[in-house]
Design a protein around this ligand. Structure first.
Ligand SMILES: Cc1cc2nc3c(=O)[nH]c(=O)nc-3n(C[C@H](O)[C@H](O)[C@H](O)COP(=O)(O)OP(=O)(O)OC[C@H]3O[C@@H](n4cnc5c(N)ncnc54)[C@H](O)[C@@H]3O)c2cc1C
Length: 398
């Protein structure tokens, strides 16, 4: 049988039998029509088919704890002289360190009292240290990073990895004082991230999140932990153009919740992205030295005339800086699901899943995360989150 003719007569007979609309096609009929062999899952108007994916505790490949280095006043970006040496601090970025990193690096480097070329030390090799070191290289400095750990074993490596520039970055009380600097940082970072899209390995990409709730979404989301202070809504109030507004889905969507909205979100594939940053730094002649500083006097022992201190939560011990409040966060990674192009979040189930390429990132909020600096794993927390997610995914895909 001629393939075109065969396809046409097949379509005609299927149409006549009312089978095209019902989707009740045999694998042979689907193949002849060029349709995928398997039903693609439920559809969302304007988005397409939602690829089913597997969620179960036995697919967990890692669990990690990360401490957000929160400061009520916002990050400490300031020049100080310690044991006779100029030290520029760049730490305390709460839940926004990856997002604000490039802008924060620019703010910190503007305080370096020495013009390039010349040698510069950066202490710390997380999101903040790496971006500060790279930007300093671009400005013409010869940079050495000193750090106790480097990716993939820094706290930054255990973050969720999304554009969240105003997540626990300051309290509402201190919000106005930090607003102008936040805006500069957010804009500069966002601009930089746009230059990292479409690269091999997808270090940065956009994805779609579907957020579910049992009652209407309030204007802004709340953090899950008890005792949390109020936070400023910088993204909403100062830079809505950097975080696309969510779209409410009309009735008829396939999600197991009455209220659902869809949001485009910038995603950081932290494995590929931190590797890219490390490789860029080393290609430009940067050196990384494994070292642990035990007190402020250690800054003065370094050969470089200026140091930028990017030690994150480590600054609490290193400098005795009690303004750093730990906010605990535990995540679990499920086996990667190639091709998955959306994530889910349920307000009531207190669970989110992000389709990162290096594994599906499952996040939940503990009741007492704020002020909790414990880095001991609580496996039951992640198992519970994965079970709740599994119920949602089963309800979605059957
Ligand atoms: C669960 C969770 C999810 C998050 N999700 C996101 C997100 O989606 N998007 C986002 O933007 N942010 C997110 N964050 C926040 C983000 O992870 C942090 O703001 C960021 O990691 C801080 O980076 P950092 O470089 O300052 O610190 P770190 O990654 O902790 O790096 C500090 C560096 O300093 C070194 N160091 C520390 N002390 C010493 C010392 N005494 N001597 C030598 N070296 C030292 C360390 O070894 C390390 O190299 C999340 C945080 C958590 C907990």
């Amino acid at each position: 049988m001629d393939a075109q003719l065969g396809r046409r007569s097949l379509l005609k007979s299927l149409g006549g039998a009312g089978l095209l609309a019902s989707g009740a096609l045999s694998p042979l009929a689907r193949a002849m029509m060029g349709a995928p062999a398997q039903a693609p899952g439920p559809w969302v108007r304007g988005f397409g088919a939602l690829q089913p994916f597997s969620v179960s505790p036995d697919r967990i490949i890692a669990m990690n704890v990360c401490t957000r280095p929160f400061r009520a006043e916002g990050p400490r970006i300031a020049l100080e002289t310690l044991a006779g040496k100029p030290v520029v601090h760049n730490y305390g970025h709460g839940g926004s360190g990856w997002s604000l990193s490039w802008g924060s690096a620019a703010e910190a480097l503007a305080l370096v009292p020495q013009a390039p070329p010349g040698a510069l030390a950066v202490v710390g090799c997380g999101a903040i240290g790496l971006t500060t070191a790279l930007l300093a290289q671009r400005q013409g400095f010869a940079v050495t990073i000193y750090a106790k750990e480097r990716p993939p074993y820094v706290r930054s490596s255990y973050a969720t990895g999304v554009w969240s520039p105003d997540s626990r970055i300051a309290t509402a009380e201190h919000g106005p004082a930090f607003a102008a600097q936040w805006l500069r940082m957010a804009r500069a970072s966002h601009r930089r991230f746009q230059t990292l899209l479409g690269l091999p390995g997808h270090p940065i990409e956009y994805t779609t999140m579907f957020e579910m709730a049992e009652t209407p979404f309030s204007e802004v989301g709340a953090h899950g932990s008890r005792d949390e202070p109020a936070y400023p809504h910088y993204s909403r109030d100062l830079a809505p153009e950097l975080s696309p507004a969510p779209l409410a889905l009309a009735e008829g969507h396939p999600f197991p919740a009455p209220y659902v909205r869809e949001r485009r979100l910038m995603l950081f594939n932290i494995s590929a992205y931190s590797r890219l940053l490390l490789e860029d730094f080393e290609r430009r002649g940067g050196r990384i030295v494994t070292a642990e500083l035990s007190g402020p006097e250690d800054f003065a022992r370094m050969d470089e005339p200026t140091v930028v201190n990017c030690t994150g939560y480590g600054a609490r011990t290193l400098l005795g800086d009690e303004s750093l409040t730990p906010v605990r966060g535990q995540t679990a990674k499920l086996m990667p699901e190639p091709g998955l192009n959306y994530g889910l979040r349920s307000r009531e189930a207190k669970v989110s899943v992000y389709p990162r390429r290096d594994g599906l990132l499952v996040q939940t909020a503990g009741e007492n995360d704020f002020g909790d600096g414990s880095e001991a794993l609580r496996p039951e927390e992640s198992f519970g989150a994965v079970e709740r997610l599994s119920s949602l995914v089963s309800a979605l895909h059957g």
